[in-house]
Design a binder for this molecule. Structure first.
Ligand code: EPZ
Length: 422
Protein backbone atom coordinates (compact mmCIF):
# COMPACT_ATOMS: atom_id res chain seq x y z
CA UNK A 1 0.00 0.00 0.00
CA UNK A 2 1.35 3.42 -0.94
CA UNK A 3 2.13 6.16 1.53
CA UNK A 4 2.41 9.87 1.03
CA UNK A 5 5.28 11.76 2.68
CA UNK A 6 4.85 15.47 3.40
CA UNK A 7 7.58 17.81 4.69
CA UNK A 8 5.97 20.84 6.34
CA UNK A 9 6.83 24.51 6.44
CA UNK A 10 6.98 25.56 2.77
CA UNK A 11 4.69 28.41 1.77
CA UNK A 12 2.59 27.65 -1.34
CA UNK A 13 2.32 29.77 -4.46
CA UNK A 14 0.47 29.10 -7.71
CA UNK A 15 -2.65 27.65 -9.31
CA UNK A 16 -4.49 24.35 -8.76
CA UNK A 17 -7.02 23.14 -11.37
CA UNK A 18 -10.12 21.80 -9.69
CA UNK A 19 -11.53 18.62 -11.28
CA UNK A 20 -15.10 17.57 -12.01
CA UNK A 21 -17.08 16.47 -8.96
CA UNK A 22 -16.75 12.85 -7.83
CA UNK A 23 -20.18 12.99 -6.20
CA UNK A 24 -21.74 14.38 -9.36
CA UNK A 25 -20.08 11.85 -11.68
CA UNK A 26 -21.20 8.98 -9.42
CA UNK A 27 -24.84 9.88 -9.95
CA UNK A 28 -24.53 11.04 -13.58
CA UNK A 29 -23.02 7.73 -14.72
CA UNK A 30 -25.97 5.54 -13.57
CA UNK A 31 -28.30 7.98 -15.37
CA UNK A 32 -27.25 6.18 -18.57
CA UNK A 33 -29.46 3.29 -17.41
CA UNK A 34 -32.51 5.47 -18.10
CA UNK A 35 -32.01 5.54 -21.87
CA UNK A 36 -30.76 3.26 -24.64
CA UNK A 37 -29.15 6.32 -26.26
CA UNK A 38 -25.54 7.26 -25.38
CA UNK A 39 -24.67 9.60 -22.52
CA UNK A 40 -21.41 11.54 -22.86
CA UNK A 41 -19.89 13.09 -19.73
CA UNK A 42 -17.09 15.65 -20.10
CA UNK A 43 -14.87 17.10 -17.33
CA UNK A 44 -15.08 13.71 -15.62
CA UNK A 45 -12.66 13.22 -12.69
CA UNK A 46 -9.97 10.49 -12.86
CA UNK A 47 -10.59 8.62 -9.59
CA UNK A 48 -10.74 5.04 -8.38
CA UNK A 49 -14.41 5.53 -7.42
CA UNK A 50 -15.15 6.29 -11.08
CA UNK A 51 -13.40 3.05 -12.02
CA UNK A 52 -15.54 1.21 -9.47
CA UNK A 53 -18.75 2.71 -10.89
CA UNK A 54 -17.54 1.82 -14.40
CA UNK A 55 -17.00 -1.79 -13.32
CA UNK A 56 -20.46 -1.91 -11.76
CA UNK A 57 -22.19 -0.54 -14.85
CA UNK A 58 -20.19 -2.87 -17.12
CA UNK A 59 -21.34 -5.80 -14.93
CA UNK A 60 -24.90 -4.80 -15.91
CA UNK A 61 -23.97 -4.76 -19.61
CA UNK A 62 -23.43 -1.01 -19.99
CA UNK A 63 -20.75 -0.04 -22.51
CA UNK A 64 -18.37 2.52 -20.99
CA UNK A 65 -15.74 4.12 -23.20
CA UNK A 66 -13.14 6.32 -21.54
CA UNK A 67 -11.45 8.99 -23.65
CA UNK A 68 -8.96 11.83 -23.15
CA UNK A 69 -7.27 10.08 -20.24
CA UNK A 70 -10.62 9.53 -18.51
CA UNK A 71 -11.87 13.12 -18.75
CA UNK A 72 -14.59 12.02 -21.20
CA UNK A 73 -16.80 9.03 -20.50
CA UNK A 74 -19.24 7.73 -23.12
CA UNK A 75 -21.84 5.36 -21.67
CA UNK A 76 -24.47 3.32 -23.44
CA UNK A 77 -26.97 0.88 -21.96
CA UNK A 78 -28.60 -0.31 -25.20
CA UNK A 79 -27.52 -3.90 -24.55
CA UNK A 80 -28.17 -4.61 -20.88
CA UNK A 81 -27.37 -8.11 -19.59
CA UNK A 82 -28.22 -7.89 -15.90
CA UNK A 83 -30.13 -5.85 -13.33
CA UNK A 84 -28.19 -7.17 -10.33
CA UNK A 85 -25.62 -4.99 -8.53
CA UNK A 86 -23.34 -7.47 -6.86
CA UNK A 87 -22.18 -7.23 -3.22
CA UNK A 88 -18.50 -7.52 -4.21
CA UNK A 89 -18.74 -4.14 -5.98
CA UNK A 90 -21.40 -2.41 -3.86
CA UNK A 91 -19.53 -3.08 -0.59
CA UNK A 92 -16.57 -1.09 -1.98
CA UNK A 93 -18.61 1.97 -2.77
CA UNK A 94 -21.96 2.98 -1.32
CA UNK A 95 -22.77 5.13 -4.37
CA UNK A 96 -23.36 1.84 -6.23
CA UNK A 97 -26.84 2.07 -4.71
CA UNK A 98 -27.59 4.80 -7.27
CA UNK A 99 -28.39 2.16 -9.91
CA UNK A 100 -31.54 1.20 -7.97
CA UNK A 101 -33.78 4.05 -9.12
CA UNK A 102 -32.78 3.99 -12.81
CA UNK A 103 -33.00 0.18 -13.09
CA UNK A 104 -36.48 0.21 -11.55
CA UNK A 105 -37.61 3.06 -13.77
CA UNK A 106 -36.59 1.56 -17.10
CA UNK A 107 -36.35 -2.18 -16.42
CA UNK A 108 -39.02 -2.37 -13.71
CA UNK A 109 -36.72 -4.55 -11.61
CA UNK A 110 -33.42 -4.43 -9.71
CA UNK A 111 -31.46 -6.54 -7.27
CA UNK A 112 -29.02 -4.31 -5.38
CA UNK A 113 -26.82 -5.42 -2.52
CA UNK A 114 -27.16 -3.36 0.63
CA UNK A 115 -23.95 -1.29 0.76
CA UNK A 116 -23.22 -2.25 4.35
CA UNK A 117 -21.79 0.23 6.82
CA UNK A 118 -18.54 2.04 6.32
CA UNK A 119 -16.01 3.87 8.44
CA UNK A 120 -18.15 6.95 8.96
CA UNK A 121 -21.46 5.34 9.81
CA UNK A 122 -24.17 2.69 9.39
CA UNK A 123 -25.59 4.43 6.30
CA UNK A 124 -28.89 2.55 5.93
CA UNK A 125 -31.14 2.84 2.85
CA UNK A 126 -34.55 3.21 4.48
CA UNK A 127 -35.21 6.63 2.92
CA UNK A 128 -34.46 5.29 -0.59
CA UNK A 129 -36.76 2.26 -0.03
CA UNK A 130 -39.68 4.20 1.47
CA UNK A 131 -39.56 6.72 -1.37
CA UNK A 132 -39.48 4.15 -4.18
CA UNK A 133 -42.26 2.14 -2.50
CA UNK A 134 -44.37 5.31 -2.54
CA UNK A 135 -43.92 5.20 -6.33
CA UNK A 136 -45.30 1.67 -6.51
CA UNK A 137 -42.13 -0.39 -6.18
CA UNK A 138 -42.20 -3.60 -4.15
CA UNK A 139 -38.89 -3.95 -2.33
CA UNK A 140 -37.89 -6.91 -0.17
CA UNK A 141 -34.61 -7.44 1.73
CA UNK A 142 -33.31 -10.97 1.19
CA UNK A 143 -29.79 -12.31 1.87
CA UNK A 144 -28.37 -8.80 2.11
CA UNK A 145 -29.87 -7.73 -1.21
CA UNK A 146 -32.76 -5.40 -1.96
CA UNK A 147 -35.06 -7.22 -4.43
CA UNK A 148 -37.12 -4.51 -6.12
CA UNK A 149 -39.85 -4.78 -8.76
CA UNK A 150 -42.26 -2.30 -10.27
CA UNK A 151 -44.94 -4.22 -12.19
CA UNK A 152 -46.15 -2.03 -15.05
CA UNK A 153 -43.54 0.57 -14.17
CA UNK A 154 -43.26 3.23 -11.45
CA UNK A 155 -46.05 5.71 -10.81
CA UNK A 156 -45.64 9.38 -9.95
CA UNK A 157 -46.34 10.21 -6.29
CA UNK A 158 -45.81 12.77 -3.56
CA UNK A 159 -42.57 11.63 -1.91
CA UNK A 160 -41.74 13.33 1.39
CA UNK A 161 -38.18 12.47 2.58
CA UNK A 162 -37.83 12.22 6.37
CA UNK A 163 -34.28 13.57 5.93
CA UNK A 164 -32.84 15.43 2.94
CA UNK A 165 -30.72 12.44 1.88
CA UNK A 166 -28.49 13.18 -1.13
CA UNK A 167 -28.54 9.64 -2.49
CA UNK A 168 -32.24 9.09 -1.90
CA UNK A 169 -33.04 12.38 -3.69
CA UNK A 170 -30.86 11.27 -6.62
CA UNK A 171 -32.43 7.79 -6.81
CA UNK A 172 -35.97 9.21 -6.75
CA UNK A 173 -35.16 12.04 -9.17
CA UNK A 174 -33.80 9.57 -11.73
CA UNK A 175 -36.65 7.08 -11.18
CA UNK A 176 -39.33 9.77 -11.52
CA UNK A 177 -38.18 10.83 -15.01
CA UNK A 178 -39.76 7.67 -16.50
CA UNK A 179 -42.56 7.15 -13.94
CA UNK A 180 -46.17 7.67 -15.00
CA UNK A 181 -47.52 11.19 -14.28
CA UNK A 182 -46.10 13.57 -11.69
CA UNK A 183 -43.68 13.02 -8.79
CA UNK A 184 -43.13 15.68 -6.14
CA UNK A 185 -40.10 15.17 -3.91
CA UNK A 186 -40.51 17.07 -0.63
CA UNK A 187 -37.59 17.91 1.68
CA UNK A 188 -35.31 17.11 -1.27
CA UNK A 189 -31.56 17.52 -0.82
CA UNK A 190 -30.29 20.73 -2.46
CA UNK A 191 -26.62 19.86 -3.09
CA UNK A 192 -25.05 21.21 -6.33
CA UNK A 193 -24.53 17.61 -7.47
CA UNK A 194 -28.31 17.18 -7.51
CA UNK A 195 -28.74 20.39 -9.51
CA UNK A 196 -26.11 19.04 -11.93
CA UNK A 197 -27.97 15.72 -12.25
CA UNK A 198 -31.21 17.57 -13.01
CA UNK A 199 -29.46 19.60 -15.72
CA UNK A 200 -28.14 16.40 -17.29
CA UNK A 201 -31.53 14.63 -17.12
CA UNK A 202 -33.18 17.67 -18.71
CA UNK A 203 -30.66 17.44 -21.56
CA UNK A 204 -31.80 13.82 -21.96
CA UNK A 205 -35.41 15.03 -22.27
CA UNK A 206 -36.65 14.84 -18.66
CA UNK A 207 -39.19 17.38 -17.37
CA UNK A 208 -37.93 18.64 -14.00
CA UNK A 209 -38.55 21.78 -11.97
CA UNK A 210 -37.28 22.99 -8.60
CA UNK A 211 -33.86 21.32 -8.35
CA UNK A 212 -31.78 23.11 -5.71
CA UNK A 213 -34.91 23.85 -3.66
CA UNK A 214 -36.59 21.55 -1.09
CA UNK A 215 -39.37 20.66 -3.58
CA UNK A 216 -38.60 19.03 -6.93
CA UNK A 217 -41.45 18.30 -9.40
CA UNK A 218 -40.92 15.76 -12.20
CA UNK A 219 -43.35 14.98 -15.05
CA UNK A 220 -42.68 11.44 -16.23
CA UNK A 221 -41.94 10.94 -19.96
CA UNK A 222 -42.03 7.76 -22.09
CA UNK A 223 -38.34 7.72 -22.95
CA UNK A 224 -35.12 9.70 -22.59
CA UNK A 225 -32.58 10.38 -25.33
CA UNK A 226 -28.89 11.03 -25.87
CA UNK A 227 -27.06 13.86 -24.13
CA UNK A 228 -23.64 15.39 -23.58
CA UNK A 229 -23.09 16.95 -20.16
CA UNK A 230 -20.10 18.59 -18.40
CA UNK A 231 -19.61 17.37 -14.82
CA UNK A 232 -19.87 20.28 -12.36
CA UNK A 233 -16.75 21.44 -10.47
CA UNK A 234 -15.94 19.43 -7.34
CA UNK A 235 -16.80 21.71 -4.41
CA UNK A 236 -15.18 19.36 -1.89
CA UNK A 237 -11.88 19.20 -3.77
CA UNK A 238 -12.21 22.99 -4.14
CA UNK A 239 -12.68 23.51 -0.39
CA UNK A 240 -9.81 21.15 0.34
CA UNK A 241 -7.32 23.07 -1.82
CA UNK A 242 -8.63 26.44 -0.61
CA UNK A 243 -7.38 25.37 2.82
CA UNK A 244 -3.88 24.43 1.64
CA UNK A 245 -2.41 28.00 1.83
CA UNK A 246 -4.08 28.49 5.21
CA UNK A 247 -1.92 25.67 6.62
CA UNK A 248 1.32 26.44 4.85
CA UNK A 249 1.13 30.17 4.14
CA UNK A 250 1.38 31.74 0.68
CA UNK A 251 -1.41 32.10 -1.85
CA UNK A 252 -3.19 29.59 -4.13
CA UNK A 253 -5.65 30.21 -6.96
CA UNK A 254 -8.16 27.37 -7.41
CA UNK A 255 -8.93 27.35 -11.14
CA UNK A 256 -12.57 26.58 -11.90
CA UNK A 257 -13.62 27.33 -8.31
CA UNK A 258 -17.03 28.96 -7.89
CA UNK A 259 -18.01 30.83 -4.71
CA UNK A 260 -21.65 29.70 -4.95
CA UNK A 261 -20.50 26.08 -4.53
CA UNK A 262 -18.73 26.78 -1.21
CA UNK A 263 -20.58 29.82 0.21
CA UNK A 264 -20.99 28.61 3.82
CA UNK A 265 -17.43 27.22 3.86
CA UNK A 266 -16.00 30.52 2.53
CA UNK A 267 -17.92 32.45 5.19
CA UNK A 268 -16.25 30.32 7.89
CA UNK A 269 -12.85 30.93 6.31
CA UNK A 270 -13.52 34.68 6.32
CA UNK A 271 -14.45 34.51 10.03
CA UNK A 272 -11.20 32.59 10.67
CA UNK A 273 -9.11 35.34 9.06
CA UNK A 274 -8.69 33.90 5.58
CA UNK A 275 -9.10 36.04 2.44
CA UNK A 276 -11.12 34.41 -0.37
CA UNK A 277 -11.15 36.47 -3.58
CA UNK A 278 -13.08 35.75 -6.77
CA UNK A 279 -10.88 35.98 -9.88
CA UNK A 280 -11.66 35.62 -13.59
CA UNK A 281 -10.54 31.96 -13.43
CA UNK A 282 -11.67 30.87 -9.97
CA UNK A 283 -10.97 31.62 -6.30
CA UNK A 284 -7.75 32.98 -4.79
CA UNK A 285 -7.05 32.18 -1.12
CA UNK A 286 -4.48 33.47 1.39
CA UNK A 287 -4.27 34.07 5.14
CA UNK A 288 -5.10 37.68 6.03
CA UNK A 289 -2.49 37.99 8.77
CA UNK A 290 -0.71 34.92 10.12
CA UNK A 291 -2.36 32.14 12.09
CA UNK A 292 -6.13 31.77 11.54
CA UNK A 293 -8.48 32.35 14.46
CA UNK A 294 -10.78 29.73 15.99
CA UNK A 295 -14.35 29.38 14.64
CA UNK A 296 -17.22 27.04 15.54
CA UNK A 297 -18.55 24.73 12.81
CA UNK A 298 -21.74 22.65 12.57
CA UNK A 299 -22.20 20.39 9.55
CA UNK A 300 -25.59 20.54 7.86
CA UNK A 301 -27.25 19.64 4.57
CA UNK A 302 -26.57 22.06 1.71
CA UNK A 303 -26.42 25.07 1.77
CA UNK A 304 -25.03 24.58 5.30
CA UNK A 305 -21.42 23.68 6.09
CA UNK A 306 -20.64 20.43 4.20
CA UNK A 307 -19.80 17.33 6.24
CA UNK A 308 -17.26 16.39 3.55
CA UNK A 309 -15.15 19.42 4.54
CA UNK A 310 -15.38 18.88 8.31
CA UNK A 311 -12.17 16.86 8.65
CA UNK A 312 -10.18 19.36 6.58
CA UNK A 313 -11.56 22.28 8.65
CA UNK A 314 -10.75 20.49 11.93
CA UNK A 315 -7.16 20.01 10.76
CA UNK A 316 -6.89 23.73 9.98
CA UNK A 317 -8.37 24.72 13.37
CA UNK A 318 -5.74 22.60 15.18
CA UNK A 319 -3.27 25.52 14.77
CA UNK A 320 -5.79 28.37 14.97
CA UNK A 321 -5.65 30.96 17.75
CA UNK A 322 -8.26 29.94 20.35
CA UNK A 323 -10.75 27.11 20.84
CA UNK A 324 -13.17 25.83 18.17
CA UNK A 325 -16.18 23.54 18.60
CA UNK A 326 -17.12 21.29 15.67
CA UNK A 327 -20.47 19.49 15.58
CA UNK A 328 -20.91 16.64 13.07
CA UNK A 329 -24.67 16.36 12.48
CA UNK A 330 -24.76 14.26 9.30
CA UNK A 331 -22.78 11.12 10.17
CA UNK A 332 -22.52 9.34 13.50
CA UNK A 333 -18.82 8.55 13.38
CA UNK A 334 -16.88 11.08 11.38
CA UNK A 335 -14.09 12.15 13.76
CA UNK A 336 -11.62 9.33 13.07
CA UNK A 337 -9.08 11.88 11.86
CA UNK A 338 -8.99 13.35 15.42
CA UNK A 339 -6.76 10.64 17.00
CA UNK A 340 -4.39 10.90 14.02
CA UNK A 341 -4.20 14.71 14.37
CA UNK A 342 -3.57 14.24 18.12
CA UNK A 343 -0.57 12.07 17.19
CA UNK A 344 0.73 15.21 15.43
CA UNK A 345 0.36 17.26 18.62
CA UNK A 346 -3.17 18.58 18.17
CA UNK A 347 -5.27 19.19 21.30
CA UNK A 348 -8.75 17.77 20.54
CA UNK A 349 -11.48 16.39 22.83
CA UNK A 350 -14.20 14.29 21.17
CA UNK A 351 -17.56 13.74 22.92
CA UNK A 352 -19.99 11.89 20.63
CA UNK A 353 -20.79 14.19 17.73
CA UNK A 354 -18.90 17.17 19.17
CA UNK A 355 -15.16 17.86 18.91
CA UNK A 356 -13.49 20.69 20.82
CA UNK A 357 -10.20 21.85 19.30
CA UNK A 358 -7.77 23.95 21.37
CA UNK A 359 -5.40 25.58 18.87
CA UNK A 360 -1.67 24.95 19.31
CA UNK A 361 1.24 26.93 17.83
CA UNK A 362 2.49 24.17 15.56
CA UNK A 363 1.88 20.49 14.76
CA UNK A 364 4.72 17.99 14.57
CA UNK A 365 5.15 15.55 11.69
CA UNK A 366 4.37 11.92 12.55
CA UNK A 367 3.39 8.63 10.90
CA UNK A 368 -0.44 8.69 10.63
CA UNK A 369 -3.10 6.48 9.06
CA UNK A 370 -5.89 7.42 6.69
CA UNK A 371 -9.27 5.98 7.71
CA UNK A 372 -11.67 7.42 5.17
CA UNK A 373 -11.52 9.62 2.10
CA UNK A 374 -11.82 13.05 3.66
CA UNK A 375 -9.89 12.19 6.83
CA UNK A 376 -6.94 11.14 4.69
CA UNK A 377 -6.66 14.47 2.91
CA UNK A 378 -6.98 16.37 6.21
CA UNK A 379 -3.82 14.56 7.40
CA UNK A 380 -1.94 15.63 4.27
CA UNK A 381 -3.03 19.24 4.81
CA UNK A 382 -1.90 19.03 8.45
CA UNK A 383 1.45 17.74 7.19
CA UNK A 384 1.87 20.92 5.14
CA UNK A 385 1.88 22.96 8.36
CA UNK A 386 3.70 20.48 10.61
CA UNK A 387 7.33 20.66 11.66
CA UNK A 388 9.24 17.82 10.06
CA UNK A 389 7.91 14.87 8.10
CA UNK A 390 4.43 13.33 8.10
CA UNK A 391 3.89 9.89 6.56
CA UNK A 392 0.26 9.16 5.68
CA UNK A 393 -0.38 5.45 5.09
CA UNK A 394 -3.38 3.69 3.45
CA UNK A 395 -3.66 6.41 0.80
CA UNK A 396 -5.93 4.21 -1.30
CA UNK A 397 -8.67 6.06 0.57
CA UNK A 398 -7.31 9.25 -0.92
CA UNK A 399 -7.24 8.00 -4.50
CA UNK A 400 -10.98 7.37 -4.29
CA UNK A 401 -11.71 11.08 -4.30
CA UNK A 402 -8.65 13.16 -5.14
CA UNK A 403 -6.91 13.23 -8.53
CA UNK A 404 -3.10 13.06 -8.15
CA UNK A 405 -3.09 15.01 -4.89
CA UNK A 406 0.72 14.94 -4.61
CA UNK A 407 1.09 16.34 -8.14
CA UNK A 408 -1.39 19.17 -7.56
CA UNK A 409 0.21 20.20 -4.26
CA UNK A 410 3.84 19.86 -5.38
CA UNK A 411 3.01 22.06 -8.39
CA UNK A 412 2.39 24.92 -5.94
CA UNK A 413 5.54 24.26 -3.93
CA UNK A 414 4.57 21.64 -1.35
CA UNK A 415 7.25 19.12 -0.41
CA UNK A 416 5.16 15.98 -0.95
CA UNK A 417 5.78 12.64 -2.62
CA UNK A 418 4.12 9.26 -2.97
CA UNK A 419 6.17 6.32 -1.77
CA UNK A 420 5.18 2.92 -3.07
CA UNK A 421 5.31 0.38 -0.26
CA UNK A 422 4.90 -3.34 -0.83
C1 EPZ B 1 -23.55 11.60 -0.24
O1 EPZ B 1 -23.67 10.35 0.44
C2 EPZ B 1 -22.08 11.75 -0.59
N1 EPZ B 1 -21.66 10.65 -1.45
C3 EPZ B 1 -21.25 11.76 0.69
O2 EPZ B 1 -19.90 11.99 0.33
C4 EPZ B 1 -21.71 12.91 1.58
O3 EPZ B 1 -20.99 12.90 2.78
C5 EPZ B 1 -23.22 12.74 1.87
O4 EPZ B 1 -23.95 12.69 0.61
C6 EPZ B 1 -23.78 13.89 2.69
O5 EPZ B 1 -23.58 15.10 2.01
C7 EPZ B 1 -21.98 10.70 -2.76
O6 EPZ B 1 -22.62 11.62 -3.24
C8 EPZ B 1 -21.50 9.56 -3.60
P1 EPZ B 1 -27.01 10.87 2.57
P2 EPZ B 1 -25.14 9.74 0.75
O7 EPZ B 1 -27.95 9.87 2.00
O8 EPZ B 1 -26.05 10.02 -0.38
C9 EPZ B 1 -28.47 8.85 6.61
C10 EPZ B 1 -17.58 11.62 0.25
O9 EPZ B 1 -16.71 11.75 1.11
N2 EPZ B 1 -29.36 8.06 5.74
O10 EPZ B 1 -27.31 12.33 2.42
O11 EPZ B 1 -24.95 8.34 1.18
C11 EPZ B 1 -27.01 8.42 6.43
O12 EPZ B 1 -26.74 7.30 7.24
C12 EPZ B 1 -18.92 10.97 0.61
O13 EPZ B 1 -17.49 12.01 -0.94
C13 EPZ B 1 -30.32 7.23 6.33
O14 EPZ B 1 -30.43 7.15 7.55
O15 EPZ B 1 -25.55 10.64 2.00
C14 EPZ B 1 -26.25 9.65 6.85
O16 EPZ B 1 -26.11 9.66 8.25
C15 EPZ B 1 -18.93 10.49 2.05
N3 EPZ B 1 -31.13 6.50 5.52
C16 EPZ B 1 -27.15 10.80 6.40
O17 EPZ B 1 -28.46 10.23 6.21
C17 EPZ B 1 -31.03 6.55 4.15
O18 EPZ B 1 -31.83 5.87 3.45
C18 EPZ B 1 -26.70 11.46 5.10
O19 EPZ B 1 -26.77 10.48 4.11
C19 EPZ B 1 -30.06 7.39 3.57
C20 EPZ B 1 -29.23 8.14 4.38
Amino acid sequence: MDSIVVKGGTALQGKIKIAGAKNAALTLMPATLLSEEPLTLTNAPRLSDIQTMTALLQSLGVEVTSMQDGKVQVLSSHAMTSTTADYEIVRKMRASNLVLGPLLARHHQAVVSLPGGCAIGARPMDIHVTALEAMGAEIELKDGYLHATAKGGLKGARVPLRFASVGATENVLMAATLAKDTTIIENAAREPEIVDLAHCLRRMGAQIEGEGTPTITIEGVDRLGAATHPVVTDRIELGTYMLAPVFAGGEVECIGGRLDLVQSFAEKLDAAGVAVTETADGLKVARKNGRPTAVDVTTEVFPGFPTDLQAQMMAMLCTAKGTSVLEEKIFENRFMHAPELIRMGADIEVQGGTATVHGVERLKGAPVMATDLRASVSLILAGLAAEGETVVSRVYHLDRGYEHVEEKLSAVGAKIERVARS
